[in-house]
Ligand binder design. Structure first.
Ligand code: NI
Length: 168
């Protein structure tokens, strides 16, 4: 296992729509385990493929910070099946260190994807887990949490974002 280099705001790969994974082979399994290792080393909640320089539709979520569940989530080619209600909560991203802002998102979601064995998985999440699932799916579509902020708020963050972008 290896800790991968984290891509930060300003890196064009974060704006790319990640590609579907067609074959779940050794390479994908290795990527997943390295992503989990990377996430653990930083102590973050979730990490998407683009964030480690692989524009592939895969994300990992460490649930120990969410509900104490030891088994992490590894989801491949995830799709949003259902979402309902609304919640506003402070959100951050490993690719934009130090920036935390309130983001409005659904409160409950159902997400479907494949696990590392190629089996279809359905994950239902509420609260923080819901937020993490939506945040990671966004990443795979080239969307960052700051995109959900108002134009004024984004403008106010301009200087700090520029700094992150210059310090890759
Ligand atoms: Ni993020």
């Amino acid at each position: 296992m290896a800790v991968l280099k984290l891509r930060k705001y300003g890196d064009p790969i974060l704006r790319r729509k990640a590609e579907e994974i067609r074959v779940i082979d050794e390479e994908v399994r290795k990527l997943a385990s390295n992503m989990l290792e990377t996430l653990k080393s930083i102590g973050g909640i979730g990490l998407a493929g683009n964030q480690v320089g692989e524009a592939k539709r895969i994300f990992v979520i460490d649930r120990t910070h969410i509900d104490g569940e030891e088994m992490p989530i590894v989801l491949i080619n995830p799709d949003l099946v259902e979402s309902s209600d609304e919640q506003v909560f402070e959100e951050g991203c490993l690719s934009a260190p130090g920036i935390y802002e309130d983001v409005t998102r659904a409160r409950k979601v159902k997400v479907r994807g494949l696990n590392l064995k190629g089996k279809t998985m359905e994950i239902e999440g509420e609260g923080l887990l819901c937020r993490a699932l939506l945040h990671e799916i966004d990443h795979l579509n080239g969307i960052l949490f700051i995109d959900h902020l108002s134009t004024i708020k984004r403008k106010l963050l301009g200087k700090r974002l520029r700094k992150i972008s210059e310090n890759q």
